[in-house]
Every structure is written in structure tokens, then in C-alpha cells.
Design a protein around this ligand. Structure first.
Ligand SMILES: Nc1ncnc2c1ncn2[C@@H]1O[C@H](COP(=O)(O)OP(=O)(O)OP(=O)(O)O)[C@@H](O)[C@H]1O
Ligand SMILES: [Mg+2]
Length: 266
């Protein structure tokens, strides 16, 4: 049984016109019939240009927006059919990492409070000493010195802030992490540090991850399998190296050609 299985997922948004009498005039087919299967411990790269539906698909998987059609199966259980209250309870099992850690972290909370809040979502009655230990362990896991725990997000660099956001995502011990463009806002040298951190975390914690990016070279580096998304559909899927070296679909070939090559720059 696959860890996560998407069966014919469609997420359509109605477009309505009119001020008083709103009438649905059109639908945006942001996600339009996606089948995918992800194994436990796998990193699936989801790549495609802006507006192709990557974030909508991730929000549908997280049950943040309802699928218009289709089912999301987690270890054989149909999440799409769970009651809202049950989904809220399960949400800890899914955590997201976003492009801009500065926007996703609370600027008025120290790292200590941010991580304490995230840990106690799962473990409500921890003793202070145990909570402190867990915070230190989490910081160490993502490569941050736990002596900085009383600092605020603005006191860190962009890369360090993304490490904090990763620690916060790990704090409730999720089963699945969806990283939506987690390195797109970072300098190239910092990008590879964060990618290596995510690979190490996958290795250490057997994490299952969906890694979203518009950049095929980044996705190739981190992913086991790659799904190429175009206008709400998966147009190519396969082992990362195969997708890169034996691209079948013209859209994938276009994405590969769009990667800047060192020799072209020199
Ligand atoms: N809540 C919504 N209501 C209406 N349309 C939406 C909504 N959310 C997304 N869309 C539309 O769905 C399409 C897919 O958007 P989405 O944000 O999923 O793309 P994306 O691949 O994540 O793009 P980007 O790379 O820019 O983040 C776009 O045309 C967008 O305008
Ligand atoms: Mg997006």
C-alpha cells in the first residue's frame, strides 16, 4: 500500500461575476485530474511553472481546501471523507514549509516560544525541563545553536530563518511534510545547505516529503521521483534521473532547457 495516494484529484474554483446577483460564469481548473502515489520515506518533487496548480494541489492534499472530485488516501485511509473535526485533529500529521520563512514565523515570538508552541500541539502536558530538552534537540537537528533560543526571527539570516521554520514543521512529529518553494527566496549557496539539511532529515527521520519548486535542477537534486505539472495535470512522472535525462513531454524539455548552464554563462 502506498503511503499517500491521490486518485483523480480535481480542485476547481468557480469564477463569479456581478455585484448583487453573483453568477458563476466560469471555472478555473487549478488541479484537473491528478493521480500520484508516494511511498513512505520518499521525496517527490513537484515541478511546474507559476500558476500550474502546485500550491492548490498541496492545499488539497492538506485538506485545507476541499477537492472538487477524487480522493486523498493516507495509508489506505480516505482523508477526503473525514469530518472537519477529525481533519483538524489530524492536521498535525501534515506540516508545511513555505517560501518566505519571515512571513510564516511570528515576528513577536522568540524561537523558544515558537518551537514550544509547536511541540505542545502534540505533547500537551510536557514538564518544562522535557520541553526545554526537545527545543534544544530540534534546534540541533536543523543546525542551529540552542543558545540562540531566546532570539527573534529578525535576528537571524534568511537561511537560519528557514531552518527555524523547518524545526517548527518537525516539532509536532508530522507524517508528511510539504515544502512549497522552500529555497526559492534564498541565495544559491544557502539553497544547497537547506536542500542538504532536508535530505539529512529524510535520512534521519524517514520523512516523506513533497517538494515543490518551479526549478527543475533543484527538484532533481533532492527528489527520488519527479512529477511535472502543467495546467493542472501531471504531464510527466518518473525516477528523477529518468525525467531529467529522458524527458518525453515537450513541456519537460522546455523546463530542462530553461536551466542556466555554467558553460552558457562562461
Ligand atoms: N482560492 C482561489 N480562487 C480562485 N482561483 C485560485 C485560487 N487559488 C488558486 N487559484 C488559481 O489557480 C491556479 C493555480 O494556482 P496555484 O497557486 O496553485 O499555482 P502555483 O503552481 O502554486 O503557482 P506559483 O508557482 O506562482 O506559486 C491559478 O490560476 C490561480 O490563480
Ligand atoms: Mg504556489
Amino acid at each position: 500500500m502506498a503511503f499517500l495516494e491521490l486518485n483523480n484529484i480535481k480542485t476547481h474554483f468557480p469564477v463569479s461575476k456581478g455585484v448583487l446577483m453573483r453568477k458563476v460564469t466560469d471555472t478555473i481548473k487549478a488541479v484537473d485530474g491528478i493521480d500520484l502515489s508516494i511511498e513512505e520515506g520518499e521525496i517527490l518533487g513537484l515541478v511546474g511553472e507559476s500558476g500550474c496548480g502546485k500550491s492548490t494541489l498541496s492545499r488539497t492534499i492538506m485538506q485545507l481546501i476541499p477537492a472538487t472530485e477524487g480522493s486523498v488516501m493516507l495509508k489506505g485511509e480516505n482523508l477526503s471523507s473525514l469530518a472537519r473535526s477529525e481533519i483538524r485533529r489530524r492536521r498535525l500529521d501534515f506540516q508545511m514549509i513555505f517560501q518566505d520563512p519571515y512571513a510564516s514565523l511570528n515576528p513577536r515570538m522568540t524561537i523558544n516560544s515558537t518551537l514550544a508552541e509547536a511541540i505542545t500541539q502534540r505533547h500537551k502536558k510536557l514538564k518544562t525541563a522535557d520541553l526545554d530538552d526537545r527545543i534544544a534537540q530540534l534546534m540541533e537537528r536543523v543546525g542551529l545553536d540552542s543558545r540562540f533560543r531566546q532570539k527573534y526571527p529578525h535576528e537571524f539570516s534568511g537561511g537560519q530563518r528557514q531552518r527555524i521554520a523547518i524545526a517548527r514543521a518537525l516539532a509536532p512529529e508530522p507524517k508528511l511534510i510539504i515544502a512549497d518553494e522552500p529555497v526559492s527566496a534564498l541565495d544559491v549557496s544557502i539553497q544547497s545547505q537547506i536542500l542538504n539539511l532536508l535530505l539529512k532529515l529524510r535520512h534521519d527521520l524517514n520523512l516523506t516529503m513533497i517538494f515543490i519548486s518551479h526549478d527543475l535542477s533543484v527538484v532533481r537534486y533532492i527528489s527520488d521521483n519527479i512529477a511535472v505539472m502543467h495546467q493542472g495535470k501531471i504531464v510527466e512522472y518518473g525516477n528523477a534521473e529518468d525525467v531529467f535525462n529522458k524527458a518525453q513531454h515537450p513541456y519537460t524539455q522546455k523546463l530542462i532547457e530553461a536551466i542556466p548552464h555554467i558553460k552558457n554563462i562562461a
